[in-house]
Design a protein. Structure first.
Length: 86
C-alpha cells in the first residue's frame, strides 16, 4: 500500500512562501507556466504566489510539499535554508 508522507513546511508569512515557490520552480528549471501545469493551476496563480499577492490553498501546499519531497536533497536544502532565515 502506498502511503503519502508530507514534509512540514514551517512558513509563517506570505513572503517566505512566495520565495520558496520561486526557488522550487527555478531549481526544477521550470517556467511559471510549466510549474503551474504540474500543480494543476494557472501560471497567473503561480505568479501571484511568487509575488506575494496570494497564498496557495491547503491542497496546493500539499502538492508543493510533494514537489519538495521529489526533489530529495535539493528540496530538503531549501527548507533548511528557510528555517535558518537565508
Amino acid at each position: 500500500m502506498y502511503q503519502m508522507v508530507y514534509i512540514y513546511m514551517p512558513l509563517t508569512n506570505q513572503q517566505n512562501m512566495g520565495d520558496l515557490i520561486r526557488q522550487i520552480r527555478q531549481r526544477l528549471e521550470l517556467t511559471q507556466e510549466q510549474f503551474a501545469h504540474q500543480l494543476g493551476v494557472t501560471y497567473l496563480t503561480v505568479n501571484r504566489w511568487e509575488n506575494q499577492h496570494t497564498k496557495p490553498s491547503a491542497m496546493a501546499i500539499k502538492l508543493i510539499e510533494l514537489k519538495l519531497k521529489e526533489m530529495g536533497e535539493q528540496g530538503k536544502d531549501l527548507l533548511d535554508n528557510l528555517k535558518l532565515g537565508y
